[in-house]
Ligand binder design. Structure first.
Ligand code: ZN
Length: 179
């Protein structure tokens, strides 16, 4: 299997998104995956679902994805925008991440599991993200729960505010893993 195909599967990408290029930087221990869609693709308005041709693209953004064999893995893409007569110029939904997140869905699922099993500091170390990023991920999970919205993540996240409060006060690190 070619690396492009491999990463298309690992990222769970489907039409119209494809992997255009995979760059491996051994010195930096990075894998950079560049994702594109073909010209002429139509995207749905995130409000009404009506499909439109691409209006323009935002500057390329980067999302952290699950590591590939200890290599930090990043997805790069330019989010397309559509122009809906009713809802204006809007960014199309991206299948791999929630709007505003710097992490893919799959990375967030792992992060939330770890944050439930370990304190924020330890989870951040394991995930190789900053304490602030870990805290932000947790806050977003709580907000999703509080809003009572159906989570866009592939499965339910159970997290309570008490656990967060404990983590915030620097609960003693303990063994990571389900107990
Ligand atoms: Zn619309």
């Amino acid at each position: 299997m070619e690396s492009k195909d491999l990463y298309r599967h690992l990222l769970g990408l489907s039409e119209p998104w494809t992997v255009e290029r995979v760059d491996l930087d051994v010195a930096k221990q990075h894998v950079d995956v560049y994702v594109e869609h073909p010209n002429g693709t139509r995207f749905a308005c995130p409000e009404c679902g009506q499909e439109y041709g691409v209006y323009d693209h935002l500057a390329t953004r980067v999302w952290r994805h699950l590591d590939s064999c200890q290599f930090l893995t990043y997805l790069h893409a330019s989010p397309p925008r559509i122009s809906c007569p009713e809802h204006g110029v809007r960014q199309a939904r991206l299948p791999w991440a929630e709007e505003g997140s710097r992490f893919t869905h799959l990375f967030e699922v792992l992060a939330i599991d770890l944050l439930q099993a370990a304190n924020v500091k330890r989870a951040a170390q394991i995930l190789r993200i900053s304490w602030d990023q870990a805290w932000h991920l947790m806050e977003r999970a709580v907000l999703r729960g509080r809003a009572g919205k159906e989570s866009a993540l592939p499965r339910q996240i159970g997290i309570d505010e008490k656990a967060i409060a404990k983590g915030h006060q620097g609960r003693k690190p303990h063994t990571v893993g389900r107990q």
